[in-house]
Design a protein around this ligand. Structure first.
Ligand SMILES: *Cc1c(COP(=O)(O)O)cnc(C)c1O
Length: 421
């Protein structure tokens, strides 16, 4: 399997190169050159396989030229060291809980897989610096996933005042090979600084840069796995499955789409967004108009210019009608999100986090009786205690301390950023 650039199909690299480079030339993204289709037999017998066996089957064709079988098995075992249960919420609505990893959000799977692959590709002589912009969860998952991994430094940029205290704690408390930088600006500003660094020849001469944002294909691919695991759990229902994906940069959704293209029987997806509604607007008007992000309760989805949009376009050959066959999209505001958290707790005794709530609301609006709906619970509600507390009085927040945390602070300035590197 080779990987091609979204902007130039003649730019081809191996999985290893795509993982290390992060971005293709001209800020383009890497995508597998083709998407392998799994056999009918695999899907017929999927219940008999363990999750690790499923993961091996799914990922093997994408990485086999760069990672041998034994290493892939080890990487998978280390990546999937926590459960991803499907939990019934009410009627035909289920949630796939993706927050049982070390940083309590779904990004652990991608970050752990990527770090363990990378650690097999680098040596102390060619130390790698991972640059990552985060609106909260990526930073904590990457910090945790790469902590103490030999040969790798991590630099995390996060927007001042836009991440929860708990997220800040997770990013800033590790130290060692992990540095956290607070930027006077928005997530999009952080992302712009990172993108600029990657296309800066002088800087790239000096340090060996790589990305760990969801733009890195090494984070995206393992996210396909959840959809396979969910299918395995719900297959016996014999109903068509609709998955609602709380979306920001659209990495999770893109992974789902690739899983579907591999033959996974998911009927369709709902791209659930908060007030950052660039994608639902695109589907309804045909016009893609990225804009600055606005802050919401579901801050890990506060993205005005979703970076994986380019990949989606590429996968669907830029045909919006083809996209619409597989994906619908809605935008949900904060007041509705809060109301949903309150009601679902009261009626069904299930505690949603703000991101999962957005996903569930979209399912409520758009699910037929003969369908089974799954929304992804992308974060533990305790990670967003300030919001959940507004909806549920008795909610007990996670305990942590910001005391031993260390962060560096910069203006939204590329020069200042480079001086720190
Ligand atoms: C990152 C994140 C999302 C959005 O995922 P994308 O792949 O960027 O669309 C949703 N919820 C939570 C909790 C996240 O951390």
């Amino acid at each position: 399997m080779e990987y091609i650039s979204t902007k130039d199909k003649n730019e081809k690299v191996t999985f290893k190169e795509a993982l290390i480079k992060g971005l293709a030339k001209n800020k383009a993204l890497y995508l597998p050159e083709n998407i392998p289709v799994l056999s009918d037999l695999f899907f017929q017998n999927i219940e008999q396989l363990t999750n690790n066996e499923i993961a091996f089957k799914v990922l093997h064709p994408f990485v086999k030229e760069s990672i041998d079988n034994k290493n892939l098995e080890e990487i998978i075992a280390e990546t999937l060291s926590f459960p991803t249960p499907v939990v019934p919420v009410h009627d035909n609505i289920y949630t796939l809980e993706l927050f049982h990893g070390p940083t309590k959000a779904f990004k652990d799977v991608g970050a752990r897989f990527m770090s363990r692959c990378l650690s097999r590709f680098v040596s102390d002589r060619n130390r790698l610096t991972i640059l990552v912009a985060t609106s909260g969860d990526t930073g904590s998952a990457v910090a945790n996933g790469f902590y103490d991994v030999p040969g790798i430094n991590v630099v995390i940029l996060f927007p001042k005042g836009k991440v929860s205290p708990y997220q800040e704690h997770q990013m800033c408390s590790l130290g060692n090979n992990i540095r956290a930088i607070e930027v006077e600006g928005t997530f999009d500003d952080c992302q712009a600084l990172v993108k600029k660094a990657f296309s800066d020849p002088e800087l790239n001469e000096k340090i060996n840069l790589s990305s760990a944002n969801s733009i890195n294909i090494g984070r995206l691919l393992p996210q396909m796995l959840y959809y396979f695991f969910a299918y395995k759990e719900l297959k016996a229902h014999n109903k068509q499955i609709v998955v609602s994906v709380p979306s920001g940069n659209f990495g999770n959704l893109t992974a789902g789409v690739i899983a579907k293209k591999m033959g996974l029987p998911i009927k369709r997806f709902i791209a659930a967004t908060n007030s950052n509604d660039t994608f639902p607007k695109y589907l309804s008007t045909g016009i893609y108009e990225p804009k600055p992000s606005v802050s919401t309760y579901s801050n890990a989805m506060d993205v005005g210019a979703p970076s994986n949009f380019e990949r989606l376009l590429h996968i669907y050959s830029k045909d919006i009608e083809e996209i619409k066959k597989d994906i619908s999209s809605q935008s949900v505001d904060d007041a509705t999100t809060l109301k949903e958290i309150k009601q679902v707790y009261k009626k069904y005794n299930y505690i949603l986090d703000p991101h999962g709530a957005v996903g569930k609301i979209c399912l409520n609006n758009d699910l037929a009786d003969n369908e089974t709906g799954i929304f992804l619970e992308t974060a533990n509600p305790r990670k967003f205690e300030l919001v959940v507390n507004k909806a549920i009085d008795s909610f007990v927040p996670a305990t942590f301390s910001l005391e031993n945390c260390h962060k560096e602070m910069i203006e939204n300035s590329y020069q200042q950023f480079c001086e720190l590197l």
